[in-house]
Write a protein that binds this ligand. Structure first.
Ligand SMILES: *Cc1c(COP(=O)(O)O)cnc(C)c1O
Length: 406
């Protein structure tokens, strides 16, 4: 048996399908966002980043930076252990209280990341409910899918945002069977919104629990920035709200906010919460600062929304095909993995605009795209330059319109 050959052939399969992942090496510079340095052949190039999930540039906000530096000086770098053994800092306890309050819930539980929050919470909930059935939107994130798989529970995948399909699936099961519906408030690749009101009505009718991933919405929507549920006044119709500290809040970590009893059960049973080192207190303090800043300040959100509209106007003028959703995410459709990668390369090499190509399995085959997340710090000049570069790159790769790639 030749182990290397097996791994090589798995990698070659990805390369042949045009979906081998190339990571760009970036050096971020505090105060320069959305500009950064791209390191290529040991040269540093100044680039404009269009695909960051640091949606509002909060990772470079002065208050957040100062909090983190001062907290490191006061409390050191690491947390010293798991939450159970010596890692339960008062910073993390305070953050959980703030998050509970932020989402109008009794309690919150913080995890190492949004991924871990989803995987651990969903698998633990399903295991505790024993013979439960989970109803999951077909576009749910990989971390949700992983949590469901780990639980070995019965699962039903409903067509994206299709309430009729969801209800038909629920009706197959007896009233007494425990049920959880898992969905997202914003789907990151199409930038469309989950039907929170419709799904919570169905949940109520069939006595199902609801679990909502608000990762792309926290910091971004609602008066205080606590998400789409806040914007719609629907916090109370969702049982478990999940979020991240790593996107709009510009730091790192994930969490759930829910009732006392659900949070206590997760805290007590979720292996991905219990058996891992707690987040460093300085990072937690930085996250708290970012949240309280965005609760009060909405100028970042307003500018972000303005720039999204502006970018769409520019793209429309040049007939560049994008999904016109109502969120902050602007997906430009390429619909061919090799062309998508090629356009991304042209943008970076010739124009110093960085947009990562999004290929299968992140999106379905044939729907490859460039996912743009305009931020409050992009200027109209940058938007106009990007549009010109995109137009050029689409024209230059026009041959893909005529020859079909297998
Ligand atoms: C990014 C993402 C996560 C994971 O959050 P991290 O904090 O990055 O681990 C979970 N759900 C969705 C929908 C995401 O896009």
């Amino acid at each position: 048996m030749n182990y290397s050959d097996i791994f090589k052939s798995s990698i070659n399969k990805l390369k042949n399908e045009g979906r081998y992942r190339y990571f760009n090496e970036i050096e971020r510079k505090a105060g320069m966002h959305p500009n950064a340095l791209w390191i290529s052949e040991s040269k540093k190039n100044n680039i404009t980043v269009w695909c960051s999930n640091d949606y509002l540039g909060m990772s470079q906000n002065k208050l957040v930076i100062d909090t983190m530096i001062n907290s490191v000086k006061k409390m050191g770098t690491g947390s010293g252990g798991t939450r159970n053994i010596s890692g339960n800092s008062n910073a993390i306890v305070q953050l959980e209280n703030e998050l509970a309050d932020f989402h109008l819930k009794e309690k919150a539980v913080v995890f190492s990341s949004g991924y871990v929050a989803n995987e651990s919470t969903i698998s633990t909930l399903l295991s505790l409910l024993e013979d439960a059935v989970v109803f999951s939107d077909e576009k749910n994130h990989a971390s949700i899918i992983s949590g469901i798989k780990k639980s070995k529970s019965l699962k039903e995948i409903f067509k994206h945002n299709d309430l009729k399909h969801l209800e038909a699936l629920i009706q197959k099961y007896p009233e007494k069977k425990p049920k959880i519906i898992v969905f997202e408030s914003i789907y990151s690749m199409d930038g469309d919104f989950g039907d929170i009101s419709g799904i919570s009505k169905i949940a109520k009718k069939y006595n199902a629990l609801t679990y909502l991933d608000e990762v792309h919405a926290v910091g971004m929507y609602g008066k205080k920035g606590s998400g789409v549920t806040e914007a719609l006044g629907l916090q109370n119709s969702i049982d478990i709200i999940q979020g991240t500290l790593g996107k709009a809040f510009g730091t790192m970590g994930g969490y759930i906010a829910s009732s006392n009893i659900i949070c206590d059960a997760i805290r007590s049973y979720a292996s991905g919460y219990i058996f891992t080192t707690a987040l460093p207190p300085a990072l937690v303090k930085a996250a708290s600062t970012s949240i309280s800043y965005l609760k009060k300040s909405d100028k970042e959100r307003k500018m972000q929304q303005k720039n999204t509209i502006l970018l769409k106007e520019y793209l429309a003028k040049e007939n560049i095909n994008f999904i016109d959703n109502k969120s902050h995410i602007v997906p430009i459709m390429v619909n061919n993995p090799i062309r998508c990668k090629e356009i991304s390369n042209i943008l970076l090499n010739e124009f110093k605009h960085y947009i990562q190509p999004i290929n299968y399995p992140t999106v379905p085959v044939g729907t490859e795209r460039l996912r743009i997340t305009p931020g409050p710090l992009h200027t109209e000049k940058m938007i106009s330059d990007l549009t010109i570069a995109l137009k050029y790159a689409f024209n230059k790769t026009d041959r893909y319109n005529h020859s079909k790639i297998a």
